[in-house]
Structure formats: C-alpha cells, structure tokens
Design a binder for this molecule. Structure first.
Ligand code: GTP
Ligand code: MG
Length: 203
C-alpha cells in the first residue's frame, strides 16, 4: 500500500468523545517508550506526525490520524510507565481497555514489543487480556536495528515460547525498525489485506 495522505485528526481523552466514524481503525499500543509514535511516523513517511519523545509517557490521549482518506490509525497511550502515579495508570488502563472493547470500527490492534527484552509481565498480561476479550491483535517487534540477526531470532523464540505456555496459537508477528524501515511494507500490506477482505465481505 502506498501512503498518499497521512494527517493528524485530533486527540481525545476517552472513547465517548471520539468521532463517530465508520472508517476501518487500526490501533498501536505497547509499553511506554516501545516506539509506537516512531513506528507510525515510519509507516506514514512523516517524521513529525506522531510526537516522538525521549521522555516516556508522552502520548496521553487517543491520537487519531487519517490515512489515504480511507482508514484511521490510532496512537494509544503507553501502558505500564513506572513513573506515573497509580491513579494515572488506572485512568489510562481504563481508557485503553474501553477503547479496545467498545470501538466498533476497530479492526486490529498492533501490540508493540521491544525486541531487546524478554516478555515483560505487563505485555503478557495485556496480550492475555486481549485474547480473553476477543480483541484481534498482531505483534510488532520494535527496534530490530539494535540487535543482530541471530539475537533477534533467539529473542523472538524466547518470547513466543513464553506465550505458548498459555496460548495454543500465536498472533501474526512483524519485525520492525523505525530506523531502517524494516517491516514497513509487511505491515502496510497486512492492513491493506484486512481492509480489502472486509470490503469484499460487505459487498
Ligand atoms: P510513549 O508515547 O512515550 O509511550 O512512547 P512511544 O512508544 O510512542 O515511543 P517513541 O516512538 O516516542 O520512541 C521512544 C524512543 O525510542 C525514542 O527515543 C525513539 O527515537 C526510540 N526509538 C523508537 N523506535 C526505534 C527504532 O526502531 N530503533 C531505534 N534505534 N530507536 C527507536
Ligand atoms: Mg508515543
């Protein structure tokens, strides 16, 4: 899929205030600092589209972007940032979970995992929660430029083994880097495929 248009729409503090929209929506989620905003900029070829920060916890709203006038990308707040208060964490958690379960035009959530680390408890819990609540996900390993090929294979193997202790099946997975553009065509192709198959189903 070629990105011809990518535009920031607005940010919303909760699901109730989100615009009524029937366009297919794809959400990006993961721990704070995992590289959500960087990935969005990489996918859309627009460096400043989503705000990238060295300070974790920068994204605190549901940030909507319209792509090719046909689908919507949503940058969600990072979960599990240690330095925010318990109350803030609970607010974000509720906001994210309500969005994921109640947004009817949400097609898929991309769960981002930093490829350098083993599966963190909070990621495992979040993926488990998506499974239990019927939220369709796929996994995106970020920052692959920081590791060698063998280490990437090994880390993914370890992460998947941990998931397979609880789950029979693994969601689709992508290996990405916002530095090298790795995974870009694969993710955009996957989104395109999902949108096209939904259009076929509707007609
Ligand atoms: P919050 O919005 O705070 O939750 O963070 P985020 O998940 O949106 O992460 P963001 O894109 O702001 O990136 C966090 C840091 O990681 C920044 O310093 C980025 O430059 C860096 N980063 C993100 N993606 C990559 C990547 O693919 N490779 C490398 N080397 N660094 C990356
Ligand atoms: Mg962000």
């Amino acid at each position: 899929m070629k990105i011809k248009q990518a535009e920031y729409i607005a940010s919303f503090p909760n699901v109730a205030s989100c615009p009524q929209d029937s366009k297919p929506e794809f959400a990006f989620i993961g721990r704070s600092n995992v590289g959500k905003s960087s990935l969005i900029n990489m996918l859309t070829n627009k460096k400043g589209l989503a705000k990238v920060s060295v300070t974790p916890g920068k994204t605190q709203m549901l940030n909507f972007f319209e792509i090719n006038n046909s689908w919507v990308l949503v940058d969600l707040p990072g979960y599990g940032y240690a330095k925010t208060s318990k109350a803030t964490k609970a607010t974000f958690s509720k906001m994210i979970k309500t969005y994921l379960t109640e947004r009817s035009n949400l097609f898929l959530a991309f769960v981002l995992i930093d490829i350098r680390h083993s599966l963190q408890k909070i990621d495992e819990q979040f993926i488990g929660w998506c499974g239990q609540n019927g939220v369709p996900i796929c996994m995106v390993f970020t920052k692959s430029d920081k590791l060698g090929k063998n280490q990437i294979t090994q880390n993914i193997h370890t992460i998947n083994n941990a998931l397979l202790e609880t789950w029979n099946e693994l969601p689709p997975q992508f290996i990405t880097s916002s530095e090298t553009n790795a995974g870009k065509e694969e993710i955009l192709g996957y989104i395109n495929q999902i949108i096209e198959s939904s259009t076929v189903l509707k007609t």
